[in-house]
Design a protein around this ligand. Structure first.
Ligand code: KG4
Ligand code: ZN
Length: 341
């Protein structure tokens, strides 16, 4: 290990994954441990906040120990501790924040609070050593759909956002309506491979005077109406076709808006981030659009798209380098805005 290396221990607990990671110099992931609660929440068809918090408490010490062990490091090797402090479920966030504060105090490590979405965006730095701001990033997760101009590390301009449901939320709701269960995104992704994306024409919402904004609730209603219509007429529902056609409608809009932002910004680089960015059809469609338009395309491996702590370690590193330090009064902020401290 070089003497000037900066090692960050990162913690993420904003939703239903308890995660810890060790990241070297902002780009190199030494360990990335994720304990998922999906099996538990499946029983209820979605994340139950109280259960999530309790499970985080049970798992967090073990996950952190595993992350340090897998990296071959101890707390005394760390330079700082980074933790997601918002946005997310307040009880879930609090577990990670309290843990990070306790470690910061006990081990005498600087504490750096990280914005969850900044983490998702920063996941792109892990496998792309050449990627540096400025670039455009489409963030598509369970709670957010943001088209962001990344001006510098930690400096963002939100060009567009969803007016109603987030993209991941639409996937989860439509999956539930088709009867696929939770979490919907990966299930629709899989089922749609057997379906025809041209089978049903679902609407693609455009918002007047806001070409970068999104709306997915109309699409969700259209799918529900289609399913109800079939049931009332006694017609069979071909689930794979519904999944593929819905996924195409979402993907087309995401690609169109992202390409428009890339063109109008004059920036020739597009990244995607967040759980929905692991979607096979979206990745392929973005890649093709970027190739056709001569745009450099970046996307994290699926494991760095869905919630993880490595991305928090990366974002935490750049915040740390800028001199950001939080005190032991750091609190969870469930509705934290991007670019806020
Ligand atoms: O980023 P993430 O792990 O957590 C949040 O910050 O919300 O995103 C979770 C969302 C869920 O809505 C999930 O259904 C969706 O990402 N998702 C997917 C896929 N994998 C996860 N959506 C579409 N296709 C996928 N393969
Ligand atoms: Zn997330």
């Amino acid at each position: 290990m070089e003497k000037n290396d900066i090692l960050i221990l990162a913690i993420e607990s904003s939703c239903d994954e308890t995660a810890a990671a060790v990241v070297r110099n902002g780009r190199e992931v030494l360990s990335n441990i994720i304990s998922s609660q999906i099996e538990l929440h499946k029983l209820y068809g979605g994340v139950v906040p109280e259960i999530a918090s309790r499970k985080h408490i049970e798992k967090i010490n073990q996950v952190i120990e595993e992350a340090l062990d897998a990296a071959g490091k101890t707390l005394s090797d760390m330079d700082a501790i980074a933790v997601t402090y918002g946005p997310g479920l307040v009880g879930a966030l609090l577990v990670g924040v309290a843990e990070a504060k306790a470690i910061s105090y006990a081990a005498g490590l600087p504490l750096v609070g990280v914005h969850h979405i900044e983490g998702h965006i920063s996941a792109n730095y892990i496998e792309n050593p050449d990627l540096e701001p400025p670039f455009i990033c489409l963030v598509v997760s369970g709670g957010h759909t943001h088209l962001v101009r990344v001006d510098d590390y930690g400096t963002y301009e939100i060009l567009g956002r969803t007016r109603d449901d987030a993209a991941g939320e639409a996937f989860d709701k439509v999956a539930r309506a088709i009867g696929l269960g939770y979490p919907g995104g990966p299930k629709i992704d899989k089922l749609s491979r057997e379906g025809n994306p041209q089978a049903i024409r679902f609407p693609k919402a455009k918002i007047e005077d806001a070409p970068y904004d999104f709306s997915f609730s109309g699409l969700k209603s259209a799918v529900l109406n289609y399913l109800n219509g079939c049931r009332m007429k006694g017609e069979p529902v071909i689930e794979a076709d519904v999944a593929a056609s819905f996924q195409k409608a979402v993907t087309d809009v995401l690609v169109e808006h992202a390409m428009l932002a890339v063109k109008e910004s004059g920036l020739n680089k597009l990244a995607i981030a967040g759980g929905v960015a692991s979607n096979g059809t979206l990745r392929a469609a973005m890649e093709e659009a970027c190739r056709e338009n001569g745009v450099r395309f970046y996307r994290p491996s699926p494991i760095f798209c869905t919630d993880n702590a490595a991305m928090i370690g990366v974002a935490g590193y750049y915040e740390y380098q800028k001199g950001v330090r939080h005190g032991l009064d750091l609190n969870a902020v469930p509705n934290l805005k991007l670019g806020e401290r």
